[in-house]
Design a protein around this ligand. Structure first.
Ligand code: HEM
Length: 400
């Protein structure tokens, strides 16, 4: 990651890539909420950062003034191709209605409760296999040996692509999201994903299967097949949206449990707490921040937002707002009132939330069943990624 100059004032010069923000943004949000609930920066273009629940959700619902045509938190700083392969980006996430409406509808059935149930057995078997690989050694990297390995393989299964390429997929997705401020890596990730899916599309045309990619190719909308660029964009989105996000949620949850023995014991001993605990861990360690682009000059909560400005959909900060959550910085495993927005709010609410929840639950269940007691090997060795998706990347733990 490239280094940027130190932040002089969080309310007027924030930087989501500042190492302090990546490591521990919670205190920064708490202070901003009190002093300046919508912060601003001119780094990487004029950008606003709301920190209150009510502002984040209101902006997410105001699709007229806040468009999804530019959802990357870190703007691309390289040369744009003249004739892009993906003129619509990655719909539905990068689209406004009407394109958003029908492209979202195409994806939703793949992540329904029923479909997700059908992926559970393979997810559990995968977690078991991963744990088999390190359980006897008494140590593991809970992020890179475990959390990182799970979602990418489940998504490969849904897309009907080989799990053998999982590390390559993960590398591309990290290039796009985690190393977004490095134009070379970002282009490398996008090109890798596109070239791979262009080839896969050609294969599925010749020999269709029963996977998401094949089905998109066979779907007609208004009597015509879907444009290739939209099929490619949707397939790439499923990979990009489904990998770092869930990996980060699993990793942050294990980080929390490694540091909180009482929570660890409760989750290991009381299976009934699991579903509420999953929601609470998603709330407290929400991994995903998105962006919107202001469509026309608008004053929001006294902030003069100009057409073309960016607004960061700070769902993680909304979930720590004391106006909405009692003791927001406490993890209360059985928190009863938990209307968190880790999966967003409004028309772009996460299409894969059923899948994400299942993966997080199964990953924690299997880990705690085999490794009920574990702790960080060395706090200083833990590293975090941040920006668009926050989660631990190295998380050495010891047990046994
Ligand atoms: C813990 C894991 C996850 C989190 C926290 C998460 C979070 C989010 C958030 C906040 C949004 C809203 C984007 C916006 O408002 O611009 C979103 C959208 C989306 N997510 Fe997830 N996500 C997760 C996992 C997944 C998975 C596993 C998939 C499945 C492949 C997925 C697919 C999508 C899609 C397709 C959208 C776009 C929906 C639309 O624009 O209508 N996500 N996600």
């Amino acid at each position: 990651m490239r280094t940027t100059s130190p932040v002089s004032a969080w309310e007027s010069d924030f930087d989501v890539l500042d190492p302090r923000y990546i490591a521990d943004p919670f205190g920064i949000w708490a202070e901003l909420r009190m002093r300046c609930p919508i912060a601003h920066t001119d780094r990487r273009g004029s950008t606003w950062l709301p920190t209150r629940y009510k502002d984040v959700t209101a902006i997410a619902h105001d699709i007229e003034h806040f468009s999804s045509l530019e959802v990357a938190v870190i703007p691309f700083d390289g040369e744009e191709p003249e004739d892009p392969v993906l003129p619509y980006g990655l719909p539905p996430i990068s689209a406004d209605p009407p394109l958003h409406t029908w492209t979202r509808r195409l994806l939703l059935p793949w992540f329904s409760h029923k479909r997700v149930q059908s992926y559970e057995a393979m997810t559990r078997a995968l977690c078991t296999r991963l744990i088999d690989g390190f359980v006897d050694s008494g140590r593991a990297d809970a992020a890179s040996d475990y959390a990182q390995q799970i979602p990418v393989r489940v998504i490969a299964h849904i897309l009907g692509v080989s799990p053998d390429h999982s590390d390559t997929f993960t590398g591309w997705v990290r290039d796009v999201l985690e190393f977004a401020d490095d134009p070379e890596r970002r282009v490398h990730g996008v090109q890798g994903l596109l070239e791979y899916f262009i080839e896969e599309v050609a294969k599925r045309r010749a020999q269709p299967g029963d996977d998401l990619l094949s089905e998109l190719l066979q779907t007609e909308v208004d009597g015509a097949p879907i444009e290739d660029s939209l099929v490619l964009g949707a397939a790439a989105l499923v990979l990009i949206a489904g990998v770092d996000t869930t990996w980060s949620a699993i990793g942050s949850s294990l980080w929390h449990l490694a540091k909180h023995p009482a929570d660890r014991r409760r989750m290991a001993e009381d299976p009934d707490v699991m579903s509420l605990a999953v929601e609470e861990l998603l709330r407290a360690y929400s991994p995903v921040t998105m962006a919107r682009i202001v469509t026309e000059d608008v004053e929001y909560a006294g902030c003069p937002m100009k057409a073309g400005d960016k607004v960061l959909m700070n769902f993680p900060a909304a979930n720590r707002d004391p106006e909405v959550f009692e003791d927001p910085d406490e993890v209360v495993l059985d928190r009863a009132h938990n209307r968190h927005v880790a999966f967003g709010s409004g028309i772009h609410r996460c299409a894969g939330s059923n899948l994400a929840r299942m993966e997080l639950r199964v990953a924690l269940e299997e880990w705690l069943r085999r490794i009920p007691d574990f702790r960080l090997a060395d706090e200083d060795e833990v590293t975090w990624a941040g920006g668009q998706v926050r989660g631990p990347r190295l998380l050495p733990v010891v047990f046994g």
